[in-house]
Write a protein that binds this ligand. Structure first.
Ligand code: MSP
Length: 641
């Protein structure tokens, strides 16, 4: 394909009420991807906007005593402010109420009608207002909307239809030929099943909606809100208005959407494009929901979390970091402010903030604030290798839209740099006059690792990378992907001390695990000195009942920053284990993974939870920790001998 622009879209949001953290989630993710591709030197088009027609908007406006356009104007101004607060770098914000969009919708409606893909008929079906979705009776589940389970209302009226059924086979063929078209793969399977049940023609006009785009030559009808909304992607790509940009931009590289609207994007949208003779987007990615406990955060449920307030409390980078790091992108995840605070304290303040602070302090104290020369070869290139691996891992993760993995790779580099300090002990080198050149290399490597970290972080965080670079004596102009290559720090640059990058947030009841610093919950650390030099007998070892266990569920323990509660499947049995590993793993990292459980450890009560065993993890004494597990698939409950 000769397309030159990398084009990413968010859904266009209903401005029926202020947006919440769930909408911010999609938009921040799209922003990180757009920034990443710009960083790589690509031409990027990133669009978002608002979906201002339809019954849902009419009802919301009526409830507030407003006309829909007045409600939309008010909410849209707040949406734009929110995107500014979150530093969303969109190139276009399209409102479906704009004339440029109506022109596209009407022109394409006419084209499809002319070519026989749109015809007039009688619609008899059911409407789900919250989803703005029409259903035939045969698709209802217990008389309710098959997508959301909410009640539907019967509609019988004259309507225009889009001959979607015509495209069923081509669509199935497209799914087969392009297995990456819908991601994650599980969502592709759902779509294949849906289409295999048979595609009906789609009703695409309504008579009872006042605020909609009028059907050309038949203004009694207005265009169905989803047909109208999906076409926004062509409007913003410049269809009709800017043909030369359109040919550079279309098809979209990624439509990023929540999982509940994958069907509109992966079934209805491609069939419309096929009818129009336009190429299909490369990918439709359906991410999961942010949940409060088990319930989706949503306007209709009223359990909104206001991202403005969170940014006010914790800063934009902390909120962006949390949203992109906490939940594996694609899966559902539970929103929790406590988890956000932990991410700030552990990943940002402790790991990243301390690395910068210690590095600047050492360059200041041991070399007068000047980055020393690098004498390649004197110092083993371990940190350089860690940086190169992180760069490659970020590239791979971003190609797969695994944003959380990209951040984990950067975290890995930060931790490697902190370990490097403990390993090389620059303060000891400083005391040894013969180690001057060695110390120079160590300091240079630390500055360089931080510089690379700042560039790698720049798609995700919007203030911190610049701050790191300016502290290190670099400037913003160096933020380019090819500048992640090792060695760009110029010896002689001057570092400057600064305020902490992130301040630790004191969460009141911080669990004091001083006595149990390991993941072992209440059991004491083994006393190395007490291990008999002659070893233990095999019978003694066999007294331990070690089992493979599958993590079924995992949640944080209330008021205990370092504890996770794991629900483990061990053969037929289910066990609960409390483990002090929350500083190293988020619950979502663990679910579905296999661990090794000491199954016959005396149960202990930790934070009023009965913990029935402990899971094994390796730790290297300087803060790194890694859970131990089997190398290949093996049944939960298997004995470890
Ligand atoms: N207007 C349609 C989209 C048309 S696109 C051509 C719409 N709007 S919406 O306002 O309801 O926004 C839905 C989108 O917001 C979801 O697809 C998802 O991207 C995001 N989210 C809304 N609530 C969410 C969560 N609780 N969690 C994650 N994302 C959520 O549907």
């Amino acid at each position: 394909m000769s397309r030159q622009t990398w084009f990413i879209t968010t859904p266009i949001y209903y401005p029926s009420d202020n947006l919440h953290i769930g909408h911010a989630y999609t938009t921040v993710a799209a922003d990180a991807l757009a920034r990443y591709h710009r960083l790589r030197g690509e031409e990027v088009w990133f669009s978002t906007g608002t979906d201002e027609h339809g019954q849902k908007m009419e009802r919301a406006a009526r409830d507030q005593g407003l006309e829909p356009p007045a409600l939309a104007d008010r909410v849209v101004s707040g949406v734009k402010d929110l995107w500014a607060t979150l530093h969303i770098s969109y190139d276009d914000f399209v409102r479906t109420s704009e004339p440029r969009h109506a022109a596209v919708v009407q022109a394409l409606f006419e084209q499809l009608k002319r070519q026989g893909d749109i015809y007039k008929g009688e619609y008899a079906g059911f409407y789900c207002e919250p989803d703005e979705a029409l259903w035939l009776e045969s698709r209802l589940v217990d008389g309710n909307c098959p997508d959301c389970g909410r009640p539907v209302t019967r509609v019988t009226e004259e309507s225009y239809f889009f001959r979607m059924s015509r495209y069923q086979d081509r669509l199935l063929q497209h799914f087969r030929d392009h297995p990456d078209f819908v991601e994650p793969a599980s969502r592709l399977h759902e779509m294949v099943n849906f289409v295999e049940q048979g595609l009906e023609d789609l009703s695409i006009s309504r008579k009872d909606v006042r605020f909609g785009i009028p059907v050309p030559d038949d203004p009694e009808h207005s265009v169905y809100v989803w047909f109208d909304a999906l076409l926004n992607y062509l409007t913003t790509a410049g269809y009709l208005s800017e043909p030369s940009r359109f040919s550079r931009t279309w098809p979209a590289s990624v439509h990023l959407v929540g999982k509940e609207i994958v069907r509109f994007h992966a079934v209805i949208w491609p069939t419309i494009l096929m009818a129009l003779g336009l190429p299909l987007p490369d990918r439709v990615f359906g991410h999961g929901w942010l949940l409060l406990e088990d319930t989706k955060i949503s306007k209709s449920l009223g359990n909104l979390i206001d991202p403005n307030a969170l940014v006010g409390r914790y800063g934009v980078d902390a909120v962006r970091y949390y949203l992109l790091r906490e939940v594996p992108f694609g899966a559902d995840g539970i929103y929790s402010e406590r988890a956000l605070v932990e991410r700030i304290n552990v990943d940002l303040a402790n790991d990243l903030g301390n690395l910068l602070h210690r590095t600047v302090a050492m360059v200041t104290q041991f070399n007068g604030g000047v980055v020393p020369p690098y004498r390649a070869g004197l110092e083993a290139p371990s940190l350089r290798r860690a940086a190169e691996l992180a760069v490659a891992a970020v590239e791979e993760a971003m190609d797969r839209l695994e944003l959380h993995r990209a951040i984990m790779a950067i975290q890995g580099l930060v931790r490697a740099a902190n370990r490097y300090i403990e390993d090389r002990r620059p303060w000891a080198l400083h005391r040894d006059p013969g180690a001057r050149e060695f110390l120079d290399d160590v300091l240079y490597n630390l500055v360089e690792a931080l510089r690379v970290t700042a560039i790698l972080l720049s798609p995700f965080l919007v203030e911190t990378p610049e701050r790191i670079l300016s502290v290190l004596g670099h400037d913003e102009a160096e933020v380019r992907w090819d500048a992640t290559a090792w060695g760009a720090t110029v010896p002689g640059s001057v570092v400057t001390a600064t305020d902490p990058l992130f301040r630790r947030i004191d969460s009141h009841a911080d669990e004091d695990l001083a006595e149990h610093p390991s993941p072992r919950g209440e059991s004491p650390e083994p006393d190395a000195a007490a291990v008999s030099p002659s070893g233990i007998s095999i019978d003694e070892f066999r007294r331990l009942d070690l089992r493979v266990a599958l993590v079924r569920e995992c949640v944080r323990v209330d008021n205990a920053d370092r504890l996770l509660k794991l629900t483990l499947e061990v053969g037929e049995e289910t066990r609960t284990v409390v483990s002090g590993i929350a500083a190293h793993y988020a619950p979502a990292d663990l679910v579905g993974r296999s661990v090794v459980l000491v199954a016959n450890l005396k149960p202990a009560t930790i934070r009023q939870i009965r913990s029935e065993g402990m899971i094994l993890a390796a730790s290297d004494g300087d803060g790194s920790l890694s859970i131990v597990g089997p190398w290949s698939d093996i049944a939960a409950g298997s004995r470890v001998t």
